[in-house]
Design a protein around this ligand. Structure first.
Ligand code: MN
Ligand code: MN
Length: 468
């Protein structure tokens, strides 16, 4: 059979599996580490706790413990329980700019409403309000777990995690049987088949013994919450409780080449970024930062979103601890001398829905980490749009370090779009471009990535931190 030849001077994507034959063991074993992370960290708090505990074992110290900063020091700063920023201090002053990778640890899910528990139709139910862009019909009739933190009346807090252990109960949301769905769902548009207000979690069916009570099933649910977790109904008002898929990450395919899991967007880039800084060998020239941030899926607002002043304050603290006489201007100019990857996932071509993708430009699964010049939607609206110079710089770093990468964009021009944290970093004057792992089935309860792409993201982030 004649070998296919590339056109002279033409661009062609490279397949990771074909071009990284010596690294297949490393690709699979890195994915095993990732599966442990993604199976156990299903909320922002759980991600922060995991990264903080692991980072401490790798010589990262809380910023508050440091009296000064010297080259090679490893520190972390937390923003409450939902952001963590890791830094390795470089040989050059921080005021000369930093290299950073920023990813988000929030993921689409269902949050409990503030007064969630009701009784209806012989069941106790928890009302939810979905978080981020979900297709509501994907969240029914699957096992769901409840994760969160509750602040009780006396100010004490209790962490909940119900539905992850083998003998835990799980929860679910019951869809309508097909036999009766002809009119009430069949005549609606697909995306309206399940309505947000109806995403109510089934949490009980048995009534409490006291027959004088009006809502006996709700009463038994309240008794369980009280007896097992020390919670009363008002405590839900001061709580963050997230409803997430109750299953673990699994290998996908005969070849086990992919990972299916809840929350790849964007914990896959978060994990790759965290590992890139954790595994960084030696003392870097410039200071390295990995920042794991919250609230990206709902617009990056809030005190733990990237728009929050925490990020600037954290870099300001590092700068001032290194040089207490640094003027305000040095702080602001530091951003203009800095480079960032906005590490967020991209959508790979889905063979079932090819019509929404650009067959030449859209990323392909297994063809490496995606470098995305711009995001945005319909006419690049809301895009940061990296410069040719920055694209050239990152492309060269990747090529020089043997990283397999590919360009990307989110579907066809008029199909829709999306954004990332890139433009908030750009607001500060930071040179930033989007760069992440390709996902299929994005924002579903069970998203799919290629282990090959995950490994190239990890290697790519390491190369960027070292050389940008
Ligand atoms: Mn994302
Ligand atoms: Mn997303």
């Amino acid at each position: 059979m004649a070998e296919k030849k590339t056109l002279p001077f033409a661009y062609e994507r490279k397949n990771v599996w074909d071009n990284k034959k010596d690294e297949i063991q490393a690709i699979y074993s890195f994915a095993d580490d990732y599966k442990h992370f993604i199976s156990t960290c299903k909320t922002e708090r759980e991600c922060v706790r995991f990264v903080e505990e692991e980072a401490k074992k790798h010589n990262f110290h809380a910023f508050e413990e440091k009296k000064s900063l010297k080259a090679g020091d490893k520190v972390f700063l937390r923003n409450g329980y939902r952001n963590i920023l890791l830094a390795i201090i470089g040989k050059r002053p921080i005021s000369e700019g930093v290299n950073m990778v920023v990813a988000h640890i929030d993921a689409p899910r269902l949050d409990l409403k503030t007064v969630p528990l009701i009784e209806d139709g012989d069941m106790a139910l928890l009302k939810t309000h979905y978080y981020g862009g979900i297709k509501k019909y994907q969240w029914v009739n699957i096992p769901l777990a409840l994760h969160g933190t509750v602040i009780r009346r006396d100010g004490s807090s209790v962490d909940l995690c119900i539905g992850e252990k083998k003998d835990d109960p799980v929860f679910t949301i019951n869809d309508l049987l097909p036999h009766l769905a002809g009119k009430s769902q069949g005549e609606k548009k697909l995306l309206d088949g399940v309505e947000g207000e109806n995403l109510r979690l089934v949490v009980g069916n048995r009534p409490i013994e006291d027959k004088d009570l009006s809502e006996r099933i709700k009463a038994l649910a309240l008794k369980h919450l009280h007896d097992e977790y020390g919670i009363e109904e008002e405590d839900f008002i001061s709580a963050e409780i997230e409803i997430v898929p109750a299953f673990e990450a699994r290998d996908i395919g005969f070849d086990r080449s992919m990972v299916g899991a809840y929350g790849h967007d964007d914990r896959v880039c978060s994990y790759a970024a965290y590992r890139a800084i954790r595994d960084f060998a030696g003392t870097p020239e410039k200071t390295l930062i990995v920042f794991l941030v919250d609230k990206e899926e709902i617009g990056s607002y809030g005190v733990t979103g990237i728009r929050s002043r925490f990020f600037q304050n954290a870099l300001g603290k590092l700068l001032r601890l290194q040089d207490p006489s640094a003027p305000e201007a040095a702080f602001r100019e530091m951003f203009e001398k800095s480079f960032a990857l906005s590490a967020d996932v991209g959508a790979v071509i889905n063979p079932m829905f090819k019509e929404v993708f650009d067959p030449v430009v859209s990323p392909r699964m297994g063809y490496g980490v995606i470098l995305e010049k711009y995001t945005g939607s319909r006419g690049k609206a809301g895009a940061s749009d990296a410069s040719a110079e920055l694209m050239g710089k990152v492309r060269k770093i990747f090529n020089d370090n043997g990283i397999i990468w590919q360009p990307g964009s989110l579907g066809k021009v008029d199909e829709g779009g999306g954004g990332t944290v890139a433009y908030y970093l750009a607001d500060l004057g930071i040179q930033v471009v989007d760069c992440g792992v390709g996902v299929d089935g994005m924002h579903s309860p069970f998203e799919v990535i290629s282990k090959a792409d995950l490994h190239q993201a990890y290697e790519g982030y390491k190369a960027f931190l070292k050389d940008a």
